[in-house]
Design a protein around this ligand. Sequence first.
Ligand SMILES: NC(=O)c1ccc[n+]([C@@H]2O[C@H](COP(=O)([O-])OP(=O)(O)OC[C@H]3O[C@@H](n4cnc5c(N)ncnc54)[C@H](OP(=O)(O)O)[C@@H]3O)[C@@H](O)[C@H]2O)c1
Length: 262
Amino acid sequence: MPKNALSLPPRSTPLKPRRRALVIGASSGIGAALARQLAREGYALALLARRQDMLETLCKEINAASGESRAVFYVHDVREYAAVPALLQRILADLGSLDLVVYNAGVNLPAAYDFENDRLMTEVNFIGALAWLDRVAALFQQLRSGQIVGISSVAGDRGRAGNPAYTASKAALTCYLEALRNRLSRYGVHVLTVKPGFVQTDMLKQAQRPFMVISPEQAAADICKALRRRKQFLYTPARWGLIMLIIRLIPSFLFRRLRFLA
Ligand SMILES: NC(=O)c1ccc[n+]([C@@H]2O[C@H](COP(=O)([O-])OP(=O)(O)OC[C@H]3O[C@@H](n4cnc5c(N)ncnc54)[C@H](OP(=O)(O)O)[C@@H]3O)[C@@H](O)[C@H]2O)c1
């Protein structure tokens, strides 16, 4: 169940409008950098993950920098699907409402042919997104406003030999986000799919030959810019857009022979 050691962030009022964001998977890496960036842009924040110590430190840092209680945390494992409805209700009550929800939680476990690892990646990277974003989509459709961000990956653009289940979980997330966008755009709800390349976080330890590595702060800045412009897709850094266009065009019989790519 959620724990919260800090006072609540200020609610939005007609005289003091304030955007409110929920970041799922906010304790480190891209999620933590995005939380800092959103706080600087004036958002009130609900931050979720399993590691309470990391969340607590991050909230203290954000609140000290802003000079007010701007971020609160809730300890949550995204595989606890049944806990989602009550936790979402609690966050809505605590913040007043939500304008932005980011699904960033993800794991990348090495090696193929390991069912337990593959199930964990599928549950965290995809099923957890369904558990949260199905509810958020219904809420935003009703409100006729809101922004949803899903952190997918360039890895989801092709089936990669190096880690079949990770690439499959990200492909599923990308496809689900596209479907949400197709359902929700007519209600004024914006859905952004983010596909990072290599980002300097704990997860990069799993990468075999990282290149064009960017900082989580750069990824967060790119995401915030794409949110302001209401872009539908973001490759970060942008060069990955061209690289993945070429990679997607390589026929399968050839792709599987390009060992450095596949
Ligand atoms: N780094 C890269 O090169 C790269 C490239 C492409 C895509 N991505 C994607 O970017 C996203 C963020 O990853 P990162 O690179 O910033 O790595 P990271 O530092 O390891 O961050 C992963 C985040 O997911 C959370 N998480 C993992 N399992 C969870 C669970 N069961 N319940 C709740 N939260 C969970 C972690 O929090 P707790 O451990 O505290 O729960 C953490 O906040 C991931 O979706 C990843 O697939 C990363």
